[in-house]
Design a protein around this ligand. Structure first.
Ligand code: F6R
Length: 355
């Protein structure tokens, strides 16, 4: 399969995922206009918990990575049922579920209601939309029709606005404007019409083909490494792993030896002016794993601000996973196992059956 053969690509990508990915910058601009209603009546929470799963948690990861250096209030990303014990008086819960039907997020909102913790719901509807409406919770209503993992703009920018409205901003308006410009250029460079020689996403997809992709980020880009892993798994239906420096220097680095490492391909997510101690570690990792690794690819974030850098790497990862799917002749859009799992989970226990 040649990635520059647009007819073949169109036959595999039956749901036109390429159009959704190509409209990422537009999606982000639309998302930026959305506001919570009724308005958020919280000022300077002592803790923010962002509850979400899968694609709907990915926006929270981006915001948590922005918050790490910008915000003096802890921001937790909560993936699971209920809420952590710390989410009590003075906390704020931002509940994100694109479909609105994710049971873990619904249970987080129920826990917040039981504890009297204010909630902002971000959803296209579903049970979360109904629950938020019945309690008159602040909510941002998203347009529907997307796959949650392809609605990242809608899961980042309204939450960014909600955080700013509470006096806990994680990015300035200049950062936001820069991010939008950087994404616009990135997407233009990565679309299928741009041939492999000039298309970084196609080249990375070809490089990792046939080997297990192992994505490593630094302290900031680590959140995006995890996103690359999940996009490869959901879009290309192939296993990937993600890790973070410096932590991997203390354990995972041992894997990169012997015959087994030939089947691994490291992708390093770098930033131009990362701290010297992190840059040194990336250099050393390269040196040490190179003799055994099946391959190593380095990619660099675009832009100056944290938001631009994170979203530019997210966008590159989306396209890499898209082309990885095409190489396997797999439609990137549907996620039949995930859908079937949710269906069975929702069925009364007695009706569950094994295949
Ligand atoms: C599917 C996807 C999944 C969902 C997850 C939670 O495209 O990305 O990871 O995001 O199953 O569902 P939502 O996002 O609807 O709460």
């Amino acid at each position: 399969m040649r990635l520059d053969d647009l007819d073949a690509l169109g036959r595999i990508d039956r749901h036109d995922t390429r159009r959704v990915l190509a409209e990422f910058a537009l999606q982000c601009r639309r998302a930026l206009q959305l506001r919570a209603s009724p308005p958020i009546a919280v000022n300077r929470p002592r803790l923010v918990v962002m509850a979400g799963m899968g694609g709907s948690a990915a926006g929270a990861d981006v915001l948590a990575a922005c918050a790490a250096e910008a915000l003096d209030v802890p921001l937790l990303v909560h993936r699971g049922y209920g809420l952590p014990a710390a989410a009590g008086r003075g906390a704020l819960v931002i509940a994100s579920s694109y479909s609105g039907d994710t049971v873990e997020v619904l249970s987080a909102v129920e826990a917040a209601l039981a504890r009297g913790v204010p909630v902002v719901a971000i959803t296209s509807g579903g049970a979360l939309g109904a629950l938020a409406a019945s309690h008159d919770l602040s909510r941002v209503t998203l347009p529907d029709g997307l796959m949650p993992r392809m609605a990242l703009g809608y899961l980042v920018f309204p939450a960014l606005g909600a955080l700013a409205a509470c006096g806990t901003p994680v990015a300035s308006s200049d950062d936001v404007e820069e991010a939008l410009q950087v994404i616009t250029t990135a997407v233009t460079d990565l679309r299928p019409e741009v041939v492999t020689d000039r298309n970084e996403a196609k080249r990375v997809a070809l490089a990792i083909d046939g080997r297990l992709p192992v994505i490593y980020g630094g302290p900031v880009t680590g959140a995006v490494a995890y996103r690359w892993k999940t996009d490869l798994e959901e879009n290309a239906k192939r296993l990937a792993t993600a890790g973070v420096l410096p932590e991997m220097n203390h354990n995972e680095i041992e894997v990169w030896r012997g015959e087994e490492a030939r089947g691994l391909h490291a992708v390093l997510l770098r930033e131009g002016d990362e701290p010297a101690e992190i840059a040194d570690r990336f250099t050393l990792v390269r040196e040490l794993i190179d003799p055994a690794a099946g391959g190593i690819t380095e990619v660099w974030a675009r832009g100056r601000g944290r938001l631009a850098r994170l979203l530019s790497l997210v966008s590159l990862g989306q396209w890499v996973s898209y082309y990885a799917a095409i190489l396997r002749e797999t439609d990137p859009w549907p996620v039949p196992m995930l859908t079937e799992f949710k269906r069975r989970l929702g069925a009364p226990a007695g009706e569950r059956s094994l295949p």
